[in-house]
Ligand binder design. Structure first.
Ligand SMILES: NC(=O)C1=CN([C@@H]2O[C@H](COP(=O)(O)OP(=O)(O)OC[C@H]3O[C@@H](n4cnc5c(N)ncnc54)[C@H](O)[C@@H]3O)[C@@H](O)[C@H]2O)C=CC1
Ligand SMILES: O=C(O)[C@@H]1CCC=N1
Length: 266
């Protein structure tokens, strides 16, 4: 059966099930899900009546040709070693695991392997999923995966060497931007009589509006700063402070994330 099997019903697994089914790119009889805990499997069955639920990873691997590994990187190799013995080699493995390379997976499953880096913002149909196909992935399988993820947002094909940095932007990015919104809102609350709710609402709306402005006008961030920061005015004082101090903060954060990326699946 040419169904999509999703192993792991956590943040990503549940987002993919919701996205694929709500968008209509897959029908309820085309998805099979399993997860380690009985509670997760029951939650999926309750959210999507009629969906295929496999009791074990091996049962899912026997049923599906496309198998999405949506477990944590630390669990990915254990799951692979569990399911590979019941696979016939014709399947297509789609691994979401940050930091686990194609060569490592192909070393355990010498067939079609694609690395996919989703983003939580696909929950609202936005953001970019990164896709990196292994050399053995045929045109049909490649287009199928690209089509699935196109239904829940943008997709970008990237080389494996580009994945770590691209992951930081597209996939860690929502967490990073959320933290920035939180900090900016928090600073205004500490300095004023705004309530946390008011500050967070304003900061969130402004972040969304700024992204929309940049996207729709095609201006660079520098252009926009120039339009907002009136000479001798308010914004330029804040931007100057950012430009003095943030490069170091961001360089450190990116270096730490890249280091962790290389170690996360070990
Ligand atoms: N959270 C995110 O925004 C992103 C996560 N990823 C990648 O997606 C993968 C999943 O991440 P999350 O969903 O955030 O993790 P999570 O911890 O929310 O979900 C993992 C799921 O796997 C299940 N699981 C654990 N061991 C299992 C086993 N042996 N057999 C079956 N199920 C098992 C857990 O019960 C849980 O439901 C990771 O490899 C991560 O690197 C990639 C891009 C973005
Ligand atoms: O933080 C993580 O490890 C995962 C991978 C990319 C986004 N979230």
């Amino acid at each position: 059966m040419d169904c999509i099997g999703i192993i792991g019903y956590g943040h990503m697994g549940s987002m993919l099930v919701n996205g694929f089914l709500s968008s209509g790119v897959l029908g309820i009889d085309e998805v099979v899900v399993t997860s380690r805990s009985r509670e997760s499997r029951d939650a999926c069955a309750a959210a999507w009546p009629g969906i295929g639920i496999a009791a074990t990873n091996r049962e899912l691997a026997r049923q599906c040709r496309t198998i999405v590994l949506a477990v944590r990187p630390q669990e990915t190799k254990e799951v692979l070693s569990e399911i590979v013995p019941v696979m016939d080699g014709d399947e297509h493995i789609v691994s979401l695991a940050a930091g686990i390379g194609l060569a490592e997976i192909e070393g355990m499953f010498p067939g079609s392997v694609t690395r996919v880096v989703p983003t939580i913002t696909s929950t609202v149909g936005q953001g970019t999923t990164l896709i990196c196909h292994g050399r053995q992935v045929g045109m049909h399988d490649a287009l199928r995966v690209e089509g699935l993820f196109s239904a829940i947002g943008n997709v970008m094909l990237v080389g494996e060497e580009e994945l770590p940095a691209a992951t930081i932007l597209s996939s860690c990015g929502p967490g990073l931007f959320a933290a920035i919104i939180e900090e900016l809102a928090g600073a205004t609350v500490r300095a004023s009589g705004l309530t946390p709710e008011q500050a967070l609402a304003l900061a969130t709306e402004t972040a969304a509006a700024t992204a929309a402005y940049l996207r729709e006008t095609g201006e660079t961030p520098g252009d926009l700063v120039g339009r907002v920061a009136t000479g001798g005015g308010v914004t330029e004082v804040g931007v100057r402070g950012f430009r003095e101090r943030l490069p170091e903060v961001f360089d450190e954060a990116v270096a730490a994330m890249l280091e962790r990326y290389g170690a996360v699946g070990k």
